[in-house]
Write a protein that binds this ligand. Structure first.
Ligand code: ADP
Length: 622
């Protein structure tokens, strides 16, 4: 853009050249005119100088009129000898007949008395008019002035031609002085032109330097460097221009700063937005894409630049750009694959100028994966609850129908039928209670009643109850679940661990896991209960030697209503909500619950709770 200026293209050079040419032309014209005028004047003066005085003329006329040729010729010679003019090289006197009557030249005395051969003289004698000319003599390389003047004797009113005077004078002096003047003039004009050129360079520098500075400053502004200032040399037009450039620089900087700040603001808004944003030009090619959009679509923002939005969203074929411009509904983009689920809602809006001209398109991508998942889970949950309630209700109805149909009278079946309906009712109540406590925890209305508890003691207390259950006679209870034999092994740390927990809820969790361990173990199995602490956690674990959990189900074990074997769980009175509740309770305590299981070998459930060592413990230990 900022092309290097060639010196010959610069104003600097052009001004200097114009000045120099102007000087030269001026001097040439003045010189030519002056020399010409000088030559004319010099010649005029010269002619006057060499002209014979009227006294000489009259004496010559007198002698030519005499009849005595001899004495007249001698007189004429004397007169001619008396002419004392260094410029005059030859004077010749000729009478009307063309006879040479006298000559000033010593070497030409032989010509006296002879007829002249000069045509010019003959011409003058013939027409009686003065004739003059400038001649160049090749033999001596000199210029001469030749003048032939007719001589008239006047008697009364008549003039009679008596002869003519031929005069030849050397012009060398005139020409040499003229050439001297020309040389002086030429050298003077050369010096003046040189000086003029020098002045022109100075002046053009004075003009071009500020222009040059301004040019550099504008180039700097274009590059985004506003630090410089143009030096203001004066208050003339250039000074004002320099001032204007300085003002411009400040304005541009301000404008640049504000647009930069605006851009940063926009950038930070875009990059902190939880929704993806893609902006395109009016052809639908991406110009802006924020981080969220690039993550959601798994495309590098730099790669997306300039690509069509149809390709970026992978909707070419389904929609055209016109569709996006005209229809303002949202589009659902399902980007789910086998590994993970992702559903985006894309909303489109137009970037329109005031004139109505569409200059681009903005697409906002809203991730609705979670929402869809929650919706699905909610639907699933409702269907699960209905299903879970329908099964016992259906079986109860058939028992009640049977009783109603007369079975109540049969003492062998009636108590059994009533027992089943009671069991089912109990299970439904349990389930409803479980659901209620889950719902309370979901809505946040269930609060923890925290107290500092010695976990070793609490754990022992819970396990003692399970030991007690073995010893009590439960033969009257004819359900399958409590008939099992088992051994509880305890492996506790010796340090007393004091933790802040909601005792009732925590006991419910451990009870539930213990019940499961027994429920899903073979008769006579060993349940190992451990308690240990790490740097800032306490960990409880309960291991059984039961069925274990298939690998594919491990991640769902804490889901609501999930059971590996629905029929078996139901037969044992399970609701499928126990572990879901346990997970909620432990998470409310800021802890974690997880399971390790090998199918067919057994499972280990872990509960970890945040733990802070109390100073009191140290004192107690000593
Ligand atoms: P349920 O009332 O059915 O026991 P839970 O939420 O307590 O409901 O347990 C969910 C499912 O997890 C059970 O149905 C069972 O399939 C499985 N499960 C729980 N604990 C164990 C365990 N110790 N061994 C094997 N499977 C277990």
């Amino acid at each position: 853009m900022n092309k290097k200026l060639h010196f010959f293209q610069s104003i600097h050079f052009k001004i200097a050249l114009v000045f120099a040419l102007l000087f030269l032309i001026t001097f040439q014209i003045i010189g030519a005119y002056f020399v010409q005028q000088l030559k004319k004047d010099n010649l005029k003066t010269f002619k006057q100088q060499v002209e014979l005085s009227s006294y000489v003329d009259n004496s010559l006329i007198d002698n030519l009129s005499k009849t005595d040729t001899k004495s007249a010729n001698s007189n004429i010679r004397d007169i001619l000898e008396d002419i004392n003019n260094s410029n005059v090289t030859q004077v010749q006197v000729v009478d009307t007949k063309g006879t040479i009557r006298g000559d000033s030249d010593v070497n030409s005395q032989a010509w006296v008395g002879q007829k002249t051969t000069d045509e010019d003289i003959k011409q003058v004698l013939y027409n009686g008019r003065t004739y003059s000319k400038l001649t160049y003599d090749k033999t001596d390389d000199k210029r001469y002035y030749v003048s032939i003047t007719p001589l008239f004797s006047s008697s009364g009113s008549t003039n009679t031609l008596v002869g003519a005077v031929y005069l030849r004078a050397s012009l060398e002096q005139v020409y040499s002085s003229l050439s001297n003047v020309t040389v002086i003039f030429f050298s003077a004009s050369l010096i003046a032109t040189g000086l003029g050129l020098f002045l022109a360079i100075l002046i053009s520098r004075a003009i071009t330097q500020p222009i040059d500075e301004m040019k550099k400053q504008t180039a700097r502004i274009a590059r985004g460097d506003y630090s410089g200032q143009v030096h203001v040399y004066g208050n003339d037009e250039l000074g004002q221009l320099a001032q204007a450039v300085n003002n411009l620089s400040v304005r541009v900087e301000e404008a640049q700063e504000s647009s930069e700040a605006e851009r940063r603001r926009l950038d930070s808004v875009l990059s902190h937005m939880s929704d993806g944003v893609i902006a395109t030009d009016r052809r639908g090619n991406v110009i802006i894409m924020n981080e969220t959009a690039s993550e959601a679509l798994n495309i590098d923002a730099a790669d997306a630049d300039g690509q069509s939005i149809l390709d970026i969203l992978n909707i070419r074929g389904r929609y055209t750009l016109r569709d996006l411009l005209e229809k303002h509904d949202e589009i659902i983009l399902d980007l789910s694959d086998e590994e993970h689920e992702q559903v985006l809602n894309a909303y489109f809006s137009l970037i329109q100028r005031e004139s109505g001209f569409i200059s681009g398109l903005v697409c906002v991508l809203h991730d609705v994966t979670e929402q869809k998942k929650i919706d699905r889970e909610r639907r699933q949950f409702v269907s699960n609850v209905s299903h879970e309630l329908r099964t016992p209700l259906t079986s109860m109805r058939s028992y009640i129908e049977a009783l109603n149909d007369g079975a109540w009278k049969d003492p062998n079946v009636a108590p059994n039928f009533l027992k089943v309906t009671q069991d089912e009712t109990d299970r439904m109540i349990r389930m409803i209670n479980d659901l209620l406590s889950l719902s309370r925890m979901d809505s946040g209305t269930s609060k923890l009643d925290l107290e500092l508890v010695n976990l070793n003691e609490l754990y022992n207390y819970i396990l003692d109850r399970f030991d007690m259950m073995l010893k009590t006679d439960n033969s009257s209870d004819n359900t399958e679940k409590v008939k099992k034999n088992y051994t509880i092994k305890r492996d506790f740390t010796r340090r007393e661990l004091w933790v802040e927990i909601d005792t009732d809820k925590f006991m419910q969790v451990v009870d539930n896991i213990m019940n499961n361990a027994i429920k899903y173990s073979p008769d006579g199995g060993v349940v190992t209960c451990r308690l240990l602490e790490t740097h800032n956690h306490v960990i409880l674990s309960i291991s059984d030697q039961g069925l274990g959990i298939p690998k594919k189900d491990v991640s769902h074990i804490f889901d609501r209503f999930f059971r590996v074997d629905k029929a078996r769980s139901r037969a044992q009175g399970g609701t499928g909500l126990g572990l879901a509740i346990s997970k909620e309770v432990i998470e409310m305590h800021g802890g974690k619950i997880w399971v390790d299981s090998i199918e067919g070998k057994g499972s280990t459930f872990y509960i970890s709770l945040p733990y802070e060592e109390y100073e009191g413990d140290l004192w107690d230990e000593n």
